[in-house]
Design a binder for this molecule. Structure first.
Ligand SMILES: NC(=O)c1ccc[n+]([C@@H]2O[C@H](COP(=O)([O-])OP(=O)(O)OC[C@H]3O[C@@H](n4cnc5c(N)ncnc54)[C@H](OP(=O)(O)O)[C@@H]3O)[C@@H](O)[C@H]2O)c1
Length: 317
């Protein structure tokens, strides 16, 4: 009898745990994208300016447009002044009341605090309500570390670009946010950080750094009124992803940014897009050996196609 009671208790506990897990999955998929009420971003930010790094293309540019649409003045930070001027012009044409400033800065060639100081000084003259740490760099194609396209230079650039700007700019702008007891920091990681991805060592690890940094900062600034959000997307159409045509699972950057911005204040950690969150949750439910197998197959397939293309191009030269 006692034995039967124990079996029943174990059964109910198991069912409760499975139920809890499934409910959490549904809340993460539906909550920020369909269920939770909208948040007043201006009120959360309490600063009229939004700074976006890597803002001349892809997701960063789309964040800049979405934040301008929501009434923020924008600082665009990127490497190429001519591209910054073009994006500024586009923003001014679309949002005539938005003030736009640009800052040309090469994050790959800037390694010290002294390099950053002029930009930090300029940014701190403004009331920065939102900081979007978006700039990032990836591989040309998946490859093992010692054979990476671009060699040690590329290894250095990815490591620096994916970790230093997010750390330094956040540290430099937090003081004014702490003083105002408000502010929003959005850090662009990647779903590749959710699992140790073979053939993406530097990218996956540096994006894990972004997730970890954001998670720790949330603990440090929990009672300071500051929102620190991690966004870890799957594939989005952009130069980096090399995907041109959007689909249900691969949105264009504009749709992605609109969705991701709408999750600020609703969740601290998400992929940014509902169909991405479905993929993330399915991957999370798989046993790790199945997940590793799928990721490895995809990466080796992509590498084989890239190497074939490279060989074809070399032959045609
Ligand atoms: N696209 C995806 O599928 C995907 C998926 C997961 C995560 N993410 C993350 O999302 C972020 C944006 O990705 P994306 O696909 O939009 O990238 P993207 O299209 O390649 O755009 C990169 C932006 O960063 C700027 N940039 C690149 N190197 C720079 C440097 N050294 N100094 C200053 N600016 C530099 C580029 O400006 P210039 O043109 O002037 O160089 C451009 O504005 C990244 O952090 C990425 O890791 C993307």
């Amino acid at each position: 009898m006692a034995c039967q009671c124990l079996v029943n208790a174990a059964g109910y506990t198991f069912l409760a745990l499975v139920g809890y897990k499934l409910l959490s999955v549904f809340i993460r998929i539906l909550g920020p994208y369909l269920l939770f009420p909208g948040v007043d971003l201006k009120n959360k930010a309490k600063g009229g300016w939004a700074v976006v790094t890597g803002a001349t293309d892809g997701i960063g540019k789309a964040y800049a447009f979405e934040l301008a649409r929501r009434g923020f003045n924008i600082v665009l930070v990127s490497r190429t002044q001519s591209k910054l001027n073009d994006v500024k012009k586009e923003l001014n044409e679309k949002f005539s009341n938005t003030e736009v400033r640009t800052f040309a800065f090469d994050f790959a060639r800037s390694m010290t605090r002294q390099d950053y100081q002029p930009m930090i000084d300029e940014l701190n003259k403004l009331e920065v309500g939102v900081l979007v740490n978006n700039v990032g760099m990836s591989y040309d194609y998946p490859e093992s570390l010692h054979k990476m396209e671009g060699g040690l230079d590329r290894v250095t650039d990815i490591t620096v670009i994916n970790t230093l700007p997010v750390t330094l700019l956040t540290a430099a702008l937090l003081p004014q946010m702490v003083d105002r007891h408000a502010g929003i920091v959005v850090n662009l990681s990647s779903a590749s950080a959710n699992y140790p991805m073979a053939l993406w060592a530097v990218y996956s690890s540096t994006k894990k750094y972004v997730q970890w940094l954001s998670e720790i900062l949330r603990r440090e600034y929990a009672n300071k009124g500051i929102t620190i959000q991690t966004i870890s997307p799957m594939l989005v159409c952009s130069n980096m992803s090399k995907v041109k045509r959007s689909s249900f699972f691969t949105p264009n950057a504009t749709s992605f940014a609109r969705s991701a911005v709408s999750t600020i204040g609703k969740t601290d950690d998400t992929s940014g897009y509902m169909s991405h969150q479905i993929q993330v949750e399915i991957m999370g439910l798989l046993p790790s050996f199945v997940r590793d197998y799928l990721i490895n197959s995809m990466s080796t397939g992509t590498r084989a196609a890239a190497l074939k293309k490279k060989a074809r191009e070399a032959k045609n030269e």
